[in-house]
Design a protein around this ligand. Structure first.
Ligand SMILES: *Cc1c(COP(=O)(O)O)cnc(C)c1O
Length: 454
């Protein structure tokens, strides 16, 4: 008799191809198969419980199986699951658009829906490109991005991406972008001010010499996510946005990871009073329930497309599930809960608790740097603390630490040698206490007890 787990594991191996996964390695391991979730816990088919220590890849806000969110979906399901936004509207898509305009920085007044962060980014870069085209600036076609940027995996989003491990193989398919350094003082030496100076100097140089070719700058505001949870020095974002404005280049904020309270503000841009020309959101928009993304634009951008049909200024872009009513309904319910529970304020309190807990790790010999903004935490592990020499990638220190955390009852996924801790915003202090204990124990186990293995 094969168990239910064995049956599913066999089918998983036979039929599934997993994202960002070397299947040869994966297929030789025992797969984790999730069956259900409740609050901040996920349960596998064998009944084991795990804290969702990375919010199911940075999405989850209120926890799993939340009655209010479930209800919003079933109520909408009783009306209609999907109807298109091509040439018609639907109730939740309208109401959510109004809400998004209300909670985003001033000036963002129009909402264009899609279904993932990557498509939201595609839309932003196509809008920026066509904005200049429609205004008669046919040379403004190039984008500036930041070193180690991640904006999703479709070809346009990869073209403004800058993580060589993920992106280099596709280089021949991509359009070229200009890259400026991301301020990452720990790796590039100097202090925060010097790192920020290098970024701003590089940006100013490109803008001074080539603004007439440049359509937009795209940035992950305040926290660069997939690059390693790297937090910008204060005021860098604001100064970047100002430089773009000064030189007539659009500023695109990719808030896919940072949006919806994650950083201790509703949007990371709010931390420095930045109003971008285009803002992309996804992940936490639906509380992490359903795939909805949105690209918000200013009136200035919208109006550059607003013309008689014969002028050929229409934005010819859309997706089958654009403005999906189920997704929009659950997004509205999630935002309502966030307000009722004052969750953005809550993140600040929880973040300072986590910060104090993790301070105990600071002096450990293999903890290079602990980076945190709100409930977005990255812990960079190093072979040698004094010289900051990293672990060799082949040692898989991040992977091994995450596996240890899983054995101890918490799920997360590393970024190279950076351990990621991105708990659901709804996690209680007691839950965060246990999660940070597991985190610390896994790090110490792998870096001090096991030590480095080849
Ligand atoms: C996750 C992410 C994306 C891509 O979102 P998908 O929904 O996975 O396509 C884009 N930008 C940032 C900053 C992200 O973290």
């Amino acid at each position: 008799m094969t168990s239910e787990y064995e049956r599913l594991a066999t089918l998983n191996k036979a039929y599934l191809w997993h994202p960002f996964t070397q299947m040869k390695e994966y297929n030789s391991s025992s797969p984790l198969i999730i069956e259900r979730g409740e609050g901040v816990m996920l349960y596998d088919v064998q009944g084991r419980a795990y804290y969702d220590g990375f919010s199911s890849v940075w999405l989850n806000v209120h926890g799993h199986n939340v009655p209010e969110l479930n209800l919003a979906i079933t109520e909408q399901l009783g009306k209609v699951a999907h109807s298109t936004l091509l040439g018609m509207a639907n109730v939740p898509a309208i109401e959510l658009a109004e809400k998004l305009v209300e909670i985003t920085p001033p000036g963002l007044n129009k909402v264009f829906y899609s279904d993932s962060g990557a498509t939201g980014v595609e839309i932003a870069i196509k809008m920026a490109f066509q904005y200049w085209h429609n205004k008669g600036f046919r040379n403004k076609t190039t984008f500036i991005t930041m070193d180690q940027a991640y904006h999703g995996d479709t070809i346009g989003a990869v073209s403004v991406g800058a993580i060589p491990l993920f992106h280099e193989v596709f280089r021949p398919m991509l359009f070229p972008s200009l890259t400026i350094p991301y301020p990452y003082p720990y790796r590039y030496g100097g202090d925060g001010m010097e790192a920020m100076d290098a970024t701003l100097t590089a940006l100013r140089y490109l803008l001074e010499t080539r603004a007439d070719e440049i359509a937009a700058l795209i940035v992950e505001p305040i926290v660069q996510g997939a690059g390693g949870i790297i937090v910008m020095p204060r005021d860098c974002l604001r100064q970047m946005a100002e430089l773009c404005r000064e030189y007539g280049v659009l500023f695109i904020a990719d808030e896919v990871a940072t949006g919806f309270g994650r950083t201790g503000a509703m949007f990371a841009c709010d931390l420095e009073g930045v109003s971008p020309d285009l803002m992309v959101m996804g992940k936490g928009l639906t509380g992490g329930y359903l795939p909805v993304a949105a690209t918000l634009a200013t009136d200035e951008i919208y109006n550059a497309f607003y013309a008689d049909y014969e002028e050929q200024k229409t934005f010819f872009h859309g997706h089958s599930f654009t403005g999906n009513p189920l997704g929009c309904a659950v997004a509205l319910a999630s935002l309502k809960l966030m307000e009722e529970r004052d969750m953005v304020e809550g993140v600040k309190v929880k973040a300072s608790f986590v910060e104090q807990k993790l301070a105990a790790l600071k002096d450990r010999p293999h903890v290079g740097e602990i980076r945190q903004q709100g409930l977005m935490i990255g812990i960079e592990l190093v072979r040698d603390k004094a010289s900051q020499v990293p672990y060799d990638w082949a040692e898989r220190v991040g992977v091994r630490t995450s596996l240890r955390a899983r054995e101890l009852g918490m799920l997360t996924r590393p970024l190279g040698n950076a351990i990621v801790f991105i708990p659901p915003l709804a996690s209680s202090i007691a839950e965060l206490d246990e999660m940070t204990d597991i985190l610390a124990e896994s790090i110490l186990y792998v870096t001090e007890k096991e030590g480095a293995v080849g």
